[in-house]
Design a protein around this ligand. Sequence first.
Ligand SMILES: [Zn+2]
Ligand SMILES: [Zn+2]
Length: 344
Amino acid sequence: MTRTTPERPVAPLGLFPELSGYRRTGTRLHPRKGNPELHESSVAGPFLWPADEPWPMCQAVHEKGRGHRLAHVRLRRRILDDAWRRDPQRGPSDEEREILAGLQPGLHAPDLRDTDPIPMLAAAQLYSRDIPDLTGPEGYDLLQILWCPFEVHGPARTMDVMVNWRRSRDVTDVLTDTPEPAVVGRAECVPSPCVLHPEQITEHEYVGLLSDALQERIEAWEEELLEVAEENEEEYAPGEEYELTYQHDLSIPPGWKVGGFASWHLTDPARVDCSSCDTLMRPLLTIADREWDLGSLSWVPIEDRQVIRTMGASAPTDVYLGHGLMRIFTCPTDPTHPHRLSFQ
Ligand SMILES: [Zn+2]
Ligand SMILES: [Zn+2]
């Protein structure tokens, strides 16, 4: 099934023609739980990885034995998914709750030293044929993202992400047994397998990066909308409260995506410059905890209208990095320059 972002509630360029200088395409990935195949774009699906190429390992020094068993993370999700599907009111049975209570974090791999390498997790695999905004080094058609499932790397104590481009036609003998770490630092660093439904859309720059004059016009428009709503004494049902705004409805969609703009709703906008050539970098991949929330309902695909409030439907990948968003930035001059991460 495809996914279709509805028309914007108002036409952005009709209201603010100056936005024509602040447009860019992005590809919403629309991950949904499923069983992706080797030759498909996916989150946490099987990787097209050469059998004779070593699997990437986290070599950083940090605690590696304490955390959640990876097998427990998956068992917990399976139990909860089944339970909420079976009983949308109550969820897990008493017996299931007892099993879940036994899946506690702890020192599950006492023999692992902090200096021991551990396999990185296969997080996402993206084929350029599926994703119009995916641009890498010349001739490379497959992007593979791996990360260490501990948020403890570097001075910022955060994720360590590997960006791996390859030519899919070069892979003939495929690795069948993907190495995995036994223990993960946080369950929310483990993505659940999802199939993707890529859809190219047009975005408009984050409000704080528009010209001052345009920001003022947008602010005036939003105030006017509020006044009209108050005059009409519009009432919403609980949980339905919804106000049209530039940021929530016209600018940047929620969810996983390739390309487009970066939202800076938690911090002031920050320049992300290439460490090799100083060029302003662009978001390559945005990893989001939710595909929608109450502030971004206008972006919910038409095909998902029925499940807006279904338990878990808006968080199919089960990841939560940073304060909900991790962006991988790459250099537009040379995609092989080192990537950078930014969080919101
Ligand atoms: Zn690590
Ligand atoms: Zn560069």
